[in-house]
Structure formats: C-alpha cells, structure tokens
Design a protein around this ligand. Structure first.
Ligand SMILES: [Zn+2]
Length: 457
C-alpha cells in the first residue's frame, strides 16, 4: 500500500551573510528530530489503518485483517489468543508509549481497541509491529548500543540524542542478549590448525576480581574461530562445553597451545595434542630455577639456552614442494634440541635443581608438538598463545573503559560479542539482520524536494 508524507520545513536565510558550514550545521541538528517525526507519522497512520480494518468488518473482507488484531483472550488464565477480529474503537491510551529508538526518545500515542468477542482492551498497533507488551526500545537501538559498547564510545551514542539509557540499562541489554544461544554451530577439527586457551583477570561488580577464560581455534587459513568465552568457570566445565561444539574428526593432529596453567595439562586431550606456549617456556623455567634458589644471573644462561632450543624456524613455502634437505634440516635441529634438553634435565638433576628439572621434563613432552605435526603433515600451527593474548588485550581494554562493575554474564556476553564481531564479521552482520527481521516489508524513498513558490524573490 503506497502512501506519501508531506514535510514542510521553514527556514530563514540571511542573504549575503550565511556560509555553507552554518547551513550544514543546522541541518545536521535536524536529522534525528526529523526522523522521529517521520517515524511517529508513519506509525500513527498505520494505527489508523489497522483500527479501520478491524472495526469496519462491513467494508473490509477478512483477508484485509490478516496479521492484525492478535490479542490474548480476556481473563484466560493460560493466556491463549482470542479468535475475535472485530473491534470497536476506544480512543487513545491516556499516556503515550515511550520507546528508545536510534533517533532518540519517541512518545507514541496509541489507539485503544475493545474486542467485540471477548471484551479485552488492547492496542492493535503493538501486536502488528511485533512489539511485546513490555518492550520499551526497538532493536536497532539495541544494536547501536551494543556496537557502541564494543567500540567503547557509548557516551557519544547517548550524548546529544536525548537517549536516556543508564549504564544499568546498557548492562541489561548485554545480559539479555541471546548471544549465548547463538553461534553454537559445530566446528570441525579438520578445518583448524590449532586450539588456544588462556585466562585473564577482570574486574567485576563491586571490585570483585574474576577471571575471563577464552578458547579459540585457528583455522588453516589463519582465521580466528571463537570457541567460547567464560567467566569464573572451571576448566573441566569449559572443556565439556567446547567439546560439544567440536565435530569428531578422524585424526586429532592439531596442537592445543597454552601457557602452562596446570588446569590445562590434559585439556581436550582426546581432540588435540597439548603444547606449551614456547614463549612462556623460558619464563616458567626461570621461575622454577628461582624456586631452586638460583639468582637471575645464574639462571639466565639456562633460560637463554631453552629459548634457543625451542626456537626452531619452519621453512616457508608449500610443504609438498619443499626440498627433502630443508625438511631434513628441521628434523636434525628438532632431534638435537630434544636430546640437548634431555642433557639439560640430567645436568639440572646432578646440580640438585629439582624444580627446574621437573619443569623441563614436563615441558619437553609438549614443546615440539608443532614441529612433530609439521614433519608429519606439513601443517604449520601457531606455537605461542600471543594471538590469544592480543584478543584478550582487546577485550580487556573495552571492559576496563566501561567503568562499571560487570556481572559474570555481562563479561561473558560482551567478550563473545567482541570476539564474533572482530573475527567473524560476516556472521555478526547476519545475526543482526535476522534479529531485526529485515525482509523487505517496508521501503521508503524521497520522491521530491522543492522550494515552495512565493517564498523567494
Ligand atoms: Zn478478543
């Protein structure tokens, strides 16, 4: 059904004085209020059409009432829908319904109707617009709030738009999001080159300290595949949830990279091969040797040595077309490093560095997983958690900037949102389009803009 809106704008222009900037400046101020007026006009017009069709059953066939007039039957304890579609108009509600929209606050007068079948009073516009009984904001607004929180510029969103949303309101939007139930499609290990997991401290409500834990996959193409964000959740619980998302594949040849947190030693062990983050190796050794009573200057040569033994560079280029001697070189270095680490463990034992020896022994089993994998399959897997640390830094920066205490759910949800928006942009956009229900049922265009005759001479 085509309709038209006529807009009359009145302006004064100081001839010979005004400049371009001032014109643009004032027009910019007009944007949101103008959109609000247009929105209100369209909605009130729609309300009139709906009421007309529902009340004039003598004129309109039942086909014209399709999708209109849905309401809950009066006094039905089970809240079932009434089948009555004939109303009598009962004026307007005493108070307009207030909505938060992207353009600002909308106070919308709502028509009231009485069902001639059950006698219930209701506002037919709300159900026609798919607005719930208690909804006070539209979804584009929610979308913008979330985008603004992710970009940490929510202040700019609120200022100058007469949007009144408290920080608590933003928290509610984040907590109420269904992000938790979405993005759960299974991931195949065949598409992954590694799985990474790590934790980072976060400040929560009333200064409570919490831990955000994150598991990501790295696809063979080097993309981040978020596998799960968790707040104050034990690792075994996280493992169970992540496992549910991983499709069983034939071989579990991918490394699991972590920084040596004890809770992660056997994490996903039937899906991936554990590998200590090679960056944390030397640091961990330093710590163990310190426990054995070594000063930094005495442990330095040992940690340097480990750094060197770990740092095996893989040759660039396609594995299949690499010369056999290039592979041989890696293999030789790998074998030497392994035996040198064994030597070192022996030396540590002889010197009585109990902690150092134990640490190195534990480390050596998991240090070269990526090399072994490469030698076997040619897949280059990441050997540090630095990527995950970068992800954490991005999340942390946002959580910190939003200077109020988050709840567990808020931290988890916002982290998921940041992850998905950052690393699966296309999925993020699809998610919102679906949520907003954009299906081509409303189109609008500017048909003409012209100056009224007689106002200029
Ligand atoms: Zn009814």
């Amino acid at each position: 059904m085509e309709q038209k809106i006529h807009i009359t704008l009145r302006f004064n222009l100081a001839i010979g004085k005004v400049n371009l900037n001032e014109i643009v400046y004032r027009l910019k101020e007009l944007q949101n209020p103008l959109m609000l007026e247009i929105l209100k006009t369209i909605l009130m017009g729609y309300d009139d059409i709906i009421s007309e069709r529902l009340s004039r059953t003598d004129i309109y066939p039942s086909k014209a009432r399709k999708g209109l007039g849905r309401h809950i039957r009066k006094g039905d304890p089970e809240e079932r829908f009434c089948r009555g579609r004939k109303i009598s108009k009962r004026g307007y509600r005493s108070k307009p319904r207030r909505f938060s929209t992207v353009f600002g606050r909308l106070d919308l007068p709502l028509r009231r109707a009485q069902c001639l079948n059950c006698g219930a009073f209701y506002s037919p516009l709300l159900s026609a617009l798919h607005v719930g009984r208690y909804a006070r904001k539209e979804m584009n607004f929610e979308h913008e709030v979330i985008e603004a929180v992710i970009d940490t510029n929510y202040r700019r969103l609120i200022d100058g738009r007469s949007i009144d949303i408290s920080l608590g309101g933003i928290d509610n939007i984040v907590v109420g999001s269904d992000i938790d139930e979405t993005f759960q499609e299974p991931v195949s290990t065949e598409d992954l080159s590694a799985i990474l997991a790590d934790g980072t401290p976060v400040k929560e409500h009333q200064g409570r300290k919490g831990e955000l834990r994150n598991v990501i996959g790295i696809s063979k193409a080097g993309r981040v595949e978020p596998l799960g964000c968790f707040t104050n959740t034990p690792w075994p619980e996280i493992e169970r949830i992540v496992k549910e998302r991983i499709k069983e594949a034939q071989s579990y040849n991918i490394p699991f990279v972590y920084d040596g947190e004890p809770g992660l030693d056997d994490f996903l062990s039937d899906v991936a091969e554990s590998q200590r983050c090679t960056w944390h190796g030397p640091r961990g050794l330093y710590h163990s040797l310190w426990q054995d009573g070594l000063k930094k200057k005495d442990s330095q040569p040992e940690t340097d040595k480990i750094k060197e033994l770990i740092g095996i560079e893989l040759p660039e280029g396609e594995f299949e077309i690499l010369k056999e001697e290039d592979k041989q070189q890696v293999k030789t270095k790998y074998e030497t490093s392994k035996s040198e680490i064994k030597e070192l463990i022996k030396t540590f034992r002889e010197k009585g560095y109990k902690h150092g020896a134990a640490y190195l022994e534990n480390l050596s089993n998991r240090l070269f997983t990526n090399i072994e994998l490469w030698l076997k399959t040619g897949v280059i897997a990441p050997k540090t958690t630095s990527l995950l640390e970068r992800v954490f830094r991005e999340i942390g920066r946002r959580l910190k900037k939003i200077a109020w205490g988050w709840s567990d759910t808020a931290v988890t949800n916002i982290s998921k949102m940041i992850m998905i928006r950052q690393y699966s942009r296309d999925k993020w956009e699809r998610y919102w389009k679906e949520k907003l229900g954009i299906k081509g049922y409303f189109n609008i265009e500017i048909s003409s803009v012209k100056l009224s005759p007689g106002t200029h001479f």
